[in-house]
Design a binder for this molecule. Structure first.
Ligand SMILES: O=P(O)(O)OC[C@H]1O[C@H](O)[C@H](O)[C@@H](O)[C@@H]1O
Length: 590
């Protein structure tokens, strides 16, 4: 763990023991007596709480902070060594200490001619060599030069992957579906994602697809993830049944796989072992964490097949632009730093353990799901990078849905129930504007009226006195009081296109890094996902033994196999219930 010591030497390892942390604790108590209703009346304060980069405006005046709070948060950031940790990330230092790896996803969007050094080597040429291959390959598929095994164009793509090999690409795919340039480039093409090992997801992904015109992309950094590999074998089987030796085409299995299956992985040998030819394998590197891999072949391959390579390049350029902003802008005006420090403030000092991500943009319907993994898998940790147990809970519960839909489902709780800090995200212009004569406003203005109204409703609330003045009957007043003082940030983007989508991705990736750097947690590993996987293999082996035993015993399951497998009694009982179930019979008759 020498790297761990090196990584933290620039800042306090146990940030909660610093004077800066203590000062914020005391300050948080003082803030407790102020209300956002009053803070928002201070025009100078509000104007000071705007920050901007290339037309992306962050308004954090509705956070429960004063100019003094921000100063103290910046002091905390400096005590944590934030600036040197950011610099360390961009210089390829091994910040992923428990796996001894660099954290270099920013290199994935570095344009030709720039440099990014990892382990003594400039990786930008390697990154761009893979991108050149993706460009050539996607052009060949899109133009019909590279066809399926029967010579038909490959118009449909199923991208198999889960977690970091799925959520980011799906967020970008959805974000661009109705964006002018991307939508015209995608005409006549379909992209589906297959993530869940639930066979119903296979049925959903294949609905209406023809094996002859379908290209399957198996996306897995490790190429060992159980769900992805079973889904890959399932789709290989689907292709071979329709196009293989015993079908009317009589093509060999090898030919079918070579024409219809490609792979994206950091484990090239395992892709070869699956039968995929070298020219159909798109690699990436172990210095790219799974949840930070959207800009590697993981996202670039399926997205370039759907939207064309030039659109994907704009997306990478947007992410690179935000990387530069993050790397070079002073902390006080740095958007990811501001968002990250506000996250630390809300979570560690005001005690709010969750965060809602609320894009007023239907195109961002999968953004919250992606950021949920980026943030929760990164900062949901119990120890520092040096292994000290944290005396507080790091990481927030992230969730969210597009507005205005959320307003009609869970906003009740955030207005009158728990305090949930919110990120409101809106666009100045719509991807699909609708203007109708006779309507009060255009449809996008209607949407944005809510984007502007909700943060104020949360911040200002409604008092008993206001209700009385409005003539609300006394017995109803307690129900109609809105306490207010609920924090939020508003992000206003000019529009949602490939470039700004890249900026948004990078903004949120780096926000998570900032919080992790301040808390000094190991944001770039994910040991917490392992235990469940190990236990699932034990269940899998037991189920397999039971099913095999039943086949040779005329259908009768030998339950002693479950009894001797060492599960706790309730798990054994539930497993037996599952094994006893006979198709078509309900619980009462089984
Ligand atoms: O890309 P893969 O190796 O298939 O991994 C897919 C996912 O699996 C794991 O469970 C990790 O928690 C994720 O970080 C990862 O993104």
């Amino acid at each position: 763990m020498a790297a761990a010591a090196a990584a933290t030497s620039a800042g306090a390892s146990r940030i909660w023991t610093t004077a800066e942390w203590a000062a914020l604790k005391t300050h948080a108590e003082a803030i407790g007596s102020t209300h956002l209703r009053d803070l928002l009346d201070d025009e100078d304060r509000s104007i000071a709480m705007f920050a901007e980069h290339t037309g992306i405006v962050l308004d954090y005046s509705r956070q429960r902070v004063t100019v003094e709070t921000m100063g103290k948060l910046h002091d905390l950031a400096r005590a944590a060594g934030l600036e040197s940790k950011i610099a360390a990330m961009f210089s390829g230092k091994h910040l992923n200490v428990t796996e001894d790896r660099a954290v270099a996803h920013a290199a994935l969007r570095a344009p030709k001619g720039t440099t990014f050094t990892v382990d003594g080597k400039d990786v930008v040429p390697d990154v761009n060599a893979v991108l050149d291959r993706v460009e050539a390959f996607s052009d060949a598929v899109r133009s019909g030069k590279r066809t399926g095994v029967t010579g038909k164009p490959l118009t449909d793509v199923v991208s198999i992957g889960i977690g970091g090999s799925y959520l980011g690409p799906e967020f970008v795919f959805e974000a661009l579906r109705h964006e002018g340039d991307a939508a015209s480039a995608a005409e006549g093409r379909r992209l589906r994602f297959l993530a869940n090992v639930d066979p119903v997801d296979v049925a959903r992904a294949l609905e209406g697809l023809d094996p002859e015109t379908t290209l399957v992309v198996v996306v897995s950094k490790t190429f060992t993830t159980a769900e992805t590999m079973l889904n890959a074998r399932t789709l290989r089987d689907w292709l071979i049944r329709s196009l293989g030796p015993s079908s009317s085409t009589a093509k060999s299995e090898k030919e079918v796989v070579a024409a219809h299956v490609i792979a994206v992985s950091a484990a090239v040998d395992k892709c070869r072992a699956f039968g995929i030819e070298d020219d159909a394998i798109f690699g990436f590197w172990d210095w790219v964490g799974g949840r930070y891999s959207v800009c590697s072949s993981v996202g670039v391959v399926p997205l370039a097949l759907q939207y064309s390579f030039p659109i994907v390049r704009q997306f990478l350029d947007g992410a690179h632009d935000m990387d530069n902003h993050f790397r070079t802008t002073p902390l006080e005006r740095n958007l990811p730093v501001l968002l990250g420090l506000l996250g630390v403030w809300n979570s560690s000092f005001l005690g709010h353990g969750s965060r809602a991500i609320l894009p007023y943009s239907q195109a961002l319907l999968r953004f919250a799901a992606h950021i949920q993994q980026v943030d929760m898998e990164s900062n949901g940790k119990r120890v520092t990078v040096d292994g000290d147990v944290l005396p507080f809970e790091a990481g927030e519960i992230n969730f969210g849905e597009p507005g205005t839909n959320g307003q009609h489902s869970f906003y009740q709780l955030i207005h009158q129930g728990r305090v949930v800090p919110c990120d409101f995200i809106g666009m100045c212009e719509s991807q699909s504007p609708v203007y109708m004569k006779g309507e009060v406003v255009a449809n996008h203005d209607e949407l944005m009226s809510n984007f502007f109204a909700q943060p104020d409703a949360l911040a200002r609330g409604k008092t008993e006195a206001e209700l009385e003045e409005a003539g609300v009957p006394a017995e109803l007043r307690p129900h109609k009081v809105f306490p207010g003082n609920r924090p939020s940030s508003s992000l206003l983007l000019p529009r949602l296109n490939a470039f700004t989508c890249g900026q948004l991705l990078s903004l949120y990736e780096h926000r998570t890094a900032v919080q992790g750097f301040v808390w000094n947690v190991p944001s770039f590993d994910q040991w917490g996902v392992e235990l469940g996987k190990v236990l699932a293999s034990h269940v899998r082996a037991t189920l397999s033994d039971c099913r095999k035993g039943a086949e040779s015993a005329g259908g009768r399951v030998d339950m002693s196999t479950v009894d001797s497998a060492g599960f706790v009694p309730s798990t054994s009982a539930l497993l037996k219930r599952y094994l006893r179930h006979e198709s078509g019979k309900d619980a009462h008759t089984a």
